[in-house]
Design a protein around this ligand. Structure first.
Ligand SMILES: [Zn+2]
Length: 80
């Protein structure tokens, strides 16, 4: 069996309209806040959750959306 591979160059770029998103997560029960562009909102969620539950371990995480764009289509074998 013969495999055919196509090589191309791709680049990642941050989605311009989407800022970095942050959310807080409780390490005791696993509940997490909605993600928000404002880190303060994620921390406030942790404080409110601590006040309600007395859970004491938290994680603040951030993520970002990217677009993948083909910058060089490369060489496709056997194309004519
Ligand atoms: Zn909790």
């Amino acid at each position: 069996m013969r495999a055919r591979y196509r090589f191309a160059k791709w680049t990642l770029s941050a989605t311009p309209a989407m800022a970095v998103r942050r959310f807080g997560k409780c390490l005791t029960c696993g509940e997490r806040s909605a993600d928000t562009a404002d880190a303060d909102n994620a921390q406030v969620w942790c404080l409110k959750h601590a006040g309600l539950t007395h859970h004491s371990g938290y994680e603040l995480s951030a993520f970002q959306y990217f677009d993948a764009t083909m910058t060089d289509p490369g060489i496709e074998p056997h194309a004519s």
